[in-house]
Design a protein around this ligand. Structure first.
Ligand code: ADP
Length: 451
């Protein structure tokens, strides 16, 4: 980076220097040209005074080193020329400077000489006798000017190269030094500092990313911990029924079961294996939800029909306890994952029946407005103490352990409900009074993305 910045600064410096040099040379050239022209005008004036006074004698022994001098008669014939043979010279009447001088008294022009092969500047003056005296000088080209200045220019270029090299490398080092010193672990300490003004957006970006990374890391650690706890709980919960089953099986094996105990013991084994099956089913469902329900398909479906199906399945369980199970509402079209909606209604109703006294009452209601669908599952059951109401949604949490033993459950039902509701971007509320009953209210948007 250092060498890149250095190269950029150096190139810019040299480019600016060369451009300035060109401009200066251009101005110098036009300045020298105008000085040269002025000089020629004065010389022409002086020479014409000489010729006026002395006539052709003026040219005798005349030394004209840098100048060319031509004398032209009023009809354009060349009377004298110090550099060319007058005998072979063309009539000069059409030369612009002569034409102008004849007309206006003085004329000038710059052009390629027809007679001598270079760029010439001409100044001509009409003499009192009507003839014209013309002086010309070779006009210096830019190249000859450059050539004339070659030595100082080379020196200046050389000095400029060295100077710009030193300055560019110093500047590059000065720019890069604070960047190299940045402590990327704590970029926010540089906010507002003069040295870091230009790269503050970058520092802010790094800082934001660090915060994000830290949060992600915390979340990953939290998720790992939850998974660890979950696995420990799963093993524990599976061990209990397995111990019961193996205990009874051992009794059977050793022929220690009395005739009248066979049936209740077999019933116990059956109940425990059902509990294990339910536990495994719930774990599988929860794992699917943990993956965000990605394997399950979102579909257009009717919330009310799904609720009816779930309630139908639980009808016999309700009638076993003589509980009245009622579904209210009307068709509620939604875009949702049907298995999850089923699971929500099923688990809430199952709990409402399980945690009710015989002869109770459970009502399931589905209502809808233009944005949301609301499911209410209300029971006249045992109710939940206020301090337990938050916790019952935790995995494996069961309110009254001794009572939970009587009622078949895994402690996973409400976690499944909560998770499924979350995936549908909805929410769940609970109103419950101990000894009187509970009401679970689930609200989900009718269409995902529109809340
Ligand atoms: P479980 O398999 O034990 O029913 P849940 O996660 O479904 O697991 O419920 C957690 C606990 O919340 C239950 O053990 C129970 O104590 C309590 N609970 C859930 N629903 C009700 C209800 N409708 N009435 C009273 N208590 C309930």
């Amino acid at each position: 980076m250092n060498s890149k910045i250095f190269r950029a600064i150096w190139i810019v410096a040299i480019a600016v220097f060369l451009a300035s040099l060109l401009l200066i040379m251009g101005s110098l050239y036009s300045y020298f040209s105008s000085v040269q022209k002025n000089q020629l005008r004065i010389e022409t004036d002086l020479a014409s005074q000489g010729v006026s006074l002395s006539g052709a004698d003026y040219f005798n022994n005349l030394k004209t080193e840098n100048y060319r001098i031509t004398w032209v008669s009023p009809d354009g014939e060349v009377l004298y020329d110090d550099e060319a043979n007058t005998a072979i010279m063309q009539n000069h009447l059409e030369r612009p400077e002569i034409k102008q001088a004849l007309k206006e008294g003085f004329g000038e022009s710059t052009r390629h000489s027809y007679t001598l092969e270079d760029q010439q500047y001409y100044a001509a003056k009409r003499l009192p006798d009507g003839s014209v005296l013309r002086l010309s000088i070779v006009q210096q080209s830019v190249w000859s000017l450059l050539f004339g200045f070659a030595q100082p220019i080379c020196f200046v270029i050389f000095a400029a190269l060295i100077l710009s090299y030193i300055l560019a490398s110093r500047s590059a080092r000065k720019i890069v030094a604070p960047i190299n010193e940045i402590d990327l672990e704590h970029p926010n300490q540089y906010f507002g500092q003069d040295n870091y003004k230009e790269i503050e957006p970058l520092l802010r970006h790094i800082s934001a990313q660090q915060i994000q990374l830290k949060q992600d890391q915390e979340e990953i650690e939290k998720a790992a911990l939850i998974r660890q706890e979950f696995s420990a709980n799963v093993s524990h919960e599976l061990k209990t029924p397995l111990h019961v089953i193996s205990g009874y099986a051992e009794l059977f094996e050793n022929g220690l079961v009395k005739e009248e105990d066979i049936k209740p013991f077999a019933k116990k084994i059956h109940a425990e294996s059902l509990r294990m099956t339910k536990l495994i089913e719930d774990i599988i469902e929860l794992t699917k939800l943990d993956n965000g329900g990605t394997e399950m398909k979102w579909e257009k479906c009717d919330f009310y029909s799904i609720a009816e199906n779930a309630v139908d399945t639980l009808e016999s369980a309700a009638s076993d306890m003589n509980i009245k199970l009622i579904v209210n509402g009307e068709n509620a079209p939604v875009t949702a994952i049907p298995q999850m909606i089923y699971s929500i209604v099923y688990n809430l109703c199952d709990n409402a029946i399980k945690y009710s006294q015989p002869n109770g009452y459970v009502s399931v209601t589905v209502t809808q407005n233009d944005r949301h669908t609301v499911l209410t599952v209300k029971d006249t059951g045992i109710g939940i103490q206020e301090e337990e109401q938050e916790r019952i949604f935790e995995r494996f949490y069961r309110v009254d352990k001794s009572r939970s033993k009587e009622v078949c459950g895994t402690g996973l039902g409400l976690s499944i409900v909560k998770h499924a509701v979350m995936i549908h971007k909805g929410n769940i509320r609970l109103n419950s009074v101990l000894g009187k009953g509970s009401e679970f209210i689930v609200t989900i948007p009718n269409y995902p993305g529109i809340t």
